[in-house]
Design a protein around this ligand. Structure first.
Ligand code: SF4
Ligand code: SF4
Length: 412
């Protein structure tokens, strides 16, 4: 694709990057077929190729309109289009650049702006979110169905291991997960402890920055990333092997730290090392598979190979390109995985998308739940807290993080 970027961006790092991405696109449109929003809305501008054109026009100096903003807002950032693209177009990076320009030029007026700043304040302020969510969990049995669906049932985290293994890894606690599902990191810590690895958390670390980025606040996203790097660095210097992600949505963001700080003289080296050492928990457990199989052989056998449907989050399969690892671990643990049609499609959670674009998110969720339920599983497993909560809001089947199910299977 030929480009003539406008003066305001042409000679900037973002401009060079956008130019290279735009030139890689050959307009073939293969990506459109696997785009969830194009499938639902049937409009070229709600698919990747159309959005690429809109961003190109924007960077070439065309007027930025609310219509452009709407079509980019409707993108889930699921990156299914990147998986499909034969030319290796880094669409999500182009989208970030386009969204940043729009945020600067158009901003967010009225209710939309208020909704975004309220959401950011509520989700990213632990002392506001944690008590409000706990209250919701406590009142859950008497809440009206529509509100009850928005709150996960409380699951006690259970005992944490003592943390005295020789091998040590760092877990990201994250922003909302410790409140919504504290058992996820506890389950990961128990499994890794049984594999002779201590999973430790740095108290100063917090949100990975993805939520702020989804809400147009790239400054807050970078600040969150810096705080995490500063919190993890002394632990990495002291020998911690890896930064472990139990939410794939955070994993894709932390892996991007290298890119985020590539031009920052103070953080480039540290961010690159953090990104390089970041692993999804499925990669960590898969690397210890021999030890896991020994533990499984010693544990109680699974009752009648319980049927399970696995939803692979976009941030796992498209963002981090991790495919099949969780499924293999669950099968090794005796779960019978059901077939799931269109498993490449997003469930509609996509960070804050389910709140900001509720109509599309609900349609995607309902389609996903029908695909997941078609094999009549006893439960749904996934790998990201956002997908877990979004799917649970529309399903009577229990929706769990796969690491919790593995932990329960291994209860010794
Ligand atoms: S598949 Fe890739 S090259 Fe083809 S239109 Fe989509 S982004 Fe462009
Ligand atoms: S990121 Fe997902 S929703 Fe956005 S254009 Fe690509 S496939 Fe479509």
């Amino acid at each position: 694709m030929q480009t003539h970027l406008a003066d305001f961006i042409r000679d900037t790092p973002a401009g060079h990057e956008a130019d290279a991405i735009l030139r890689a696109c050959v307009h073939c449109g293969f990506c459109t077929a696997t785009c969830p929003t194009y499938q639902l809305l049937g409009n070229e501008l709600d698919g990747p190729r159309g959005r690429i054109y809109l961003i190109k026009e924007l960077l070439e100096g065309a007027a930025v309109t609310a219509k452009t903003q709407l079509h980019l807002d409707r993108c889930l950032s699921c990156r299914s289009c990147e998986t499909t693209c034969p030319s290796g177009v880094r669409y999500s990076r182009l989208l970030d650049i386009g969204r940043e320009v729009i945020a600067e030029r158009v901003g967010r007026a009225g209710l939309e702006g208020f909704k975004r700043s309220l959401l950011k304040r509520l989700l990213l302020t632990r002392w506001l979110f944690a008590p409000a969510y706990r209250l919701g969990q406590w009142l859950r049995p008497v809440l009206p169905a529509v509100l009850r669906a928005k709150v996960l049932p409380y699951r006690a985290p259970g005992a944490r291991p003592s943390g005295n293994r020789r091998r040590r890894m760092i877990a990201l606690a994250g922003c909302v997960q410790p409140t919504m599902a504290p058992n996820i990191n506890a389950a990961a810590a128990r499994i890794l402890d049984a594999l002779n690895i201590s999973l430790i958390e740095a108290p100063q670390a917090g949100c990975c920055g993805a939520l702020a980025l989804h809400l147009d606040d790239s400054v807050a996203a970078r600040a969150a990333a810096r705080r995490n790097i500063d919190a993890w660095w002394p632990l990495l210097e002291a020998g911690a092997e890896t930064v472990v992600m139990t939410a794939s949505g955070c994993g894709v963001q932390v892996r991007d730290y290298a890119h985020l700080f590539q031009d920052d003289p103070d953080y480039a080296r540290k961010a690159a090392r953090v990104a390089l050492l970041t692993r999804d928990v499925s990669e960590v457990v898969a690397a210890e598979k021999a030890g896991l199989l020994e533990l499984l052989a010693k544990s109680k056998p699974a009752m009648n190979n319980p049927k399970l449907a696995f939803h692979s989050p976009c941030s796992l399969q498209h963002g981090q390109k991790i495919r099949g690892a969780v499924e293999e671990l669950l099968a090794a643990a005796g779960f019978a995985l059901t077939a799931v049609a269109d498993s490449h499609l997003c469930c509609g959670s996509a960070g804050s998308y389910s709140v900001l674009q509720p109509e599309i998110a609900t349609r995607l969720r309902d389609n996903k739940i029908s695909a997941l339920s078609s094999g009549r599983p006893a439960a749904i497993a996934t790998a990201n807290i956002g997908c877990l909560a979004h799917l649970q809001s529309g399903s009577d089947l229990p929706v769990r993080h796969w690491i919790e199910l593995l932990d329960e299977r291994l209860i010794r």
